[in-house]
Design a protein around this ligand. Structure first.
Ligand SMILES: Nc1ncnc2c1ncn2[C@@H]1O[C@H](COP(=O)(O)OP(=O)(O)O)[C@@H](O)[C@H]1O
Ligand SMILES: [Mg+2]
Length: 380
């Protein structure tokens, strides 16, 4: 047992880092599994999935999990990086590679018997043909994973999605599972009306408290250094059920616990929270800079104040009234869509808004506070 107590830190803070336990995603996983079930039984799923939500909620790891499951069931699961959609030429090059056409051309060897022989002319620039070739390149169904879908450029996106629509109509064995930031549905819509119908939107927000506790407690227990109930509750509250913070805080609390302590007790959890502070503050300031780059950072302080006064949430009417007052009615659409794109504002139910990470409000107010204090000191 003593060896296990000194075990490795199981927590995995970091973009795309598979958590030791993917907690609280039963609904999302069941949608994905439903789609895989259809493919596996020889059917054709009528719609793919589009997972969207603020950064750090676990969309990339969800995609990776579904990809693993697809492979376990003998299907192919392959990524199509969103940067392939920068322009049509790039997309064509990538599709040719995925369809296995590149190697055949370079070596001059016909990939006979691999299924590639049924594909169109090797030099084709026909995106529909290339997608068909990719799907047909092996006998098993193909699951295409498209992460960071918000950065798909409309022109290349339109061509690809039209091809995907055609492939669906032709009942080819494939499915598309996409993920992106909250603006992904809007951006994809620009690629044509097809996507509205072809991808089922799935919101990926924060976990519930029960799932957060499981995400912290289970991996620590398995790695031989369990949390006390109080320590777990403290960290869960501190994380605000935000998956990225769960990993940062879990990891920091683990590291703050002496290996021979046996359990992660409250005092170590507290130590972890302090140790994690700089990383969390850095993360907030990155979000602030994103808002500044979109020219909407000045709207953050009044919103943070409003939300602080209202227990963290506000409805459409109140929020719009505030933004109109601060920015003028003409600026409302721009400011609102920038804030929702960034996930600073996140709709948790129709017409009900919170901050994507609620504690970001505290960061904003403390920034505002120090700026205001400096201003007063200047004036005085
Ligand atoms: N369901 C979950 N339970 C616990 N931790 C999670 C969960 N989903 C994601 N994480 C953690 O959150 C962080 C961000 O995950 P990631 O997939 O990169 O988010 P996104 O793609 O939404 O920005 C990673 O450290 C990951 O391990
Ligand atoms: Mg991601």
């Amino acid at each position: 047992m003593s060896r296990r107590r000194g075990g490795e830190n199981p927590f995995r803070p970091g973009a795309g880092a598979q958590p030791p336990l993917l907690a609280g995603r039963d609904h999302e996983l069941s949608l994905g599994r439903g789609l895989l079930n259809v493919l596996e039984s020889g059917g054709r799923p009528p719609r793919g999935l589009l997972c969207f939500g603020p950064r750090g909620n676990g969309k990339t790891v969800l995609l990776a999990r579904l990809a693993r499951e697809a492979r376990r069931r003998g299907m192919r699961a392959e990524n199509l990086a969103a940067d392939c959609f920068a322009d049509r030429g790039e997309l064509i090059a990538r599709l040719r590679e995925n369809a296995g056409l590149v190697r055949a051309e370079l070596t001059g060897i016909q990939a006979a018997g691999s299924g590639v022989s049924t594909t169109p002319e090797p030099r084709t620039r026909d995106i529909g043909g290339l997608l068909r070739a990719w799907i047909g390149a092996a006998g098993s169904p193909l699951v295409i994973l498209l992460d960071e879908a918000q950065s798909v450029e409309p022109a290349a996106g339109r061509a690809f999605f039209a091809a995907a629509q055609q492939a669906t109509m032709d009942a080819l064995p494939f499915a598309l599972i996409a993920a992106g930031t909250p603006d992904a549905p809007r951006r994809i819509r620009k690629s044509g009306p097809f996507m509205e119908r072809a991808l089922r939107p799935v919101r990926v927000g924060r976990l519930d408290r029960e799932a957060t506790l499981i995400a912290l407690e289970e991996p620590a227990r398995r790695a031989g250094r369990p949390f006390t109930a109080t320590a777990a509750r403290r960290l869960a509250a501190e994380s605000q059920d935000y998956p990225f913070f769960i990993q940062i805080l879990g990891s920091a609390a683990w590291d703050a616990t002496p290996p021979d302590a046996g359990a992660i007790r409250s005092e170590f959890a507290r130590g972890g929270v302090s140790a994690a502070r700089p990383e969390i503050e850095y993360f907030y300031s990155e979000r602030f800079e994103e808002a500044r780059a979109r020219g909407v950072h000045r709207a953050l302080t009044p919103i943070a104040r409003l939300l602080a006064d209202r227990g963290g949430r506000a409805d459409d009417r109140v929020l719009e009234a505030l933004l109109e007052k601060e920015n003028g009615p003409g600026a409302l659409p721009r400011v609102f869509s920038a804030l929702t794109d960034l996930g600073v504002l996140w709709q948790t139910a129709p017409g009900i808004w919170e901050m994507g990470i609620p504690s970001f409000a505290e960061h904003i107010l403390s920034r505002g506070g120090s700026a205001a204090a400096a201003h007063r000191a200047d004036a005085g």
